[in-house]
Design a protein around this ligand. Sequence first.
Ligand SMILES: *[C@@H]1O[C@H](CO)[C@@H](O)[C@H](O)[C@H]1NC(C)=O
Ligand SMILES: *[C@@H]1O[C@H](CO)[C@@H](O)[C@H](O)[C@H]1NC(C)=O
Ligand SMILES: *[C@@H]1O[C@H](CO)[C@@H](O)[C@H](O)[C@H]1NC(C)=O
Length: 189
Amino acid sequence: MANSILIFSTILLFLNLVTAQNYSFSRTLSPEELGIKPTKLTHLHFYFHDITEGPNSTVVTVAGAPEETRNTATFFGNVVVMDDPLTVGPELSSKLVGRAQGIYTYASQSDIGLLLVLNFIFMEGKYNGSTLSILGRNAILSKVREMPIVAGTGIFRFARGYVEARTYEFEPQISLNAIVEYNAYVYHY
Ligand SMILES: *[C@@H]1O[C@H](CO)[C@@H](O)[C@H](O)[C@H]1NC(C)=O
Ligand SMILES: *[C@@H]1O[C@H](CO)[C@@H](O)[C@H](O)[C@H]1NC(C)=O
Ligand SMILES: *[C@@H]1O[C@H](CO)[C@@H](O)[C@H](O)[C@H]1NC(C)=O
């Protein structure tokens, strides 16, 4: 009897040792293990089409201040979701190189100042499937707006940098559609 208890508990102990998981929460690794090479600096140039009107609109306003309290000078409080095409040239018909998907919020009470939170998703060549994440202030009536590149994926893992946005075409008396020229300067590996 005592023997069989001893055998039984030995088996239990053995099973316990075999099934014990050795979880590890963190470790230090070398950059080579992740395939990290010396830093590269890349310049991307493209045009962003914000189509707010018509059947092929690329934006939807999802929230805003109630009509009676709405500040029509700054649109403060409006939240817009976009899925805007990015093209190599200023014409919408030129080659599609990616999309800008995200949110812009009219976040300023004193001017038209957007909080831009978006991902650029690229489709062109070796950049296909890679993304850059932008988070910044976009005072759309200024000539040049600078916004930080906070991160990236794919070819742009560990990305950091900035973008410059310049309005290429915006004639509010004709249409609220806008074409914006983007230059992105990004450090990555
Ligand atoms: C568990 O993992 C740590 C770190 O890799 C190692 O030092 C340790 O010997 C392991 N323990 C067992 C029981 O395998
Ligand atoms: C909307 O898109 C369709 C399909 O691409 C196109 O044929 C049409 O001309 C576009 N309409 C406008 C107003 O741009
Ligand atoms: C980009 O990648 C997707 C998915 O792998 C593929 O279907 C598509 O054809 C590629 N596009 C270009 C322009 O290489």
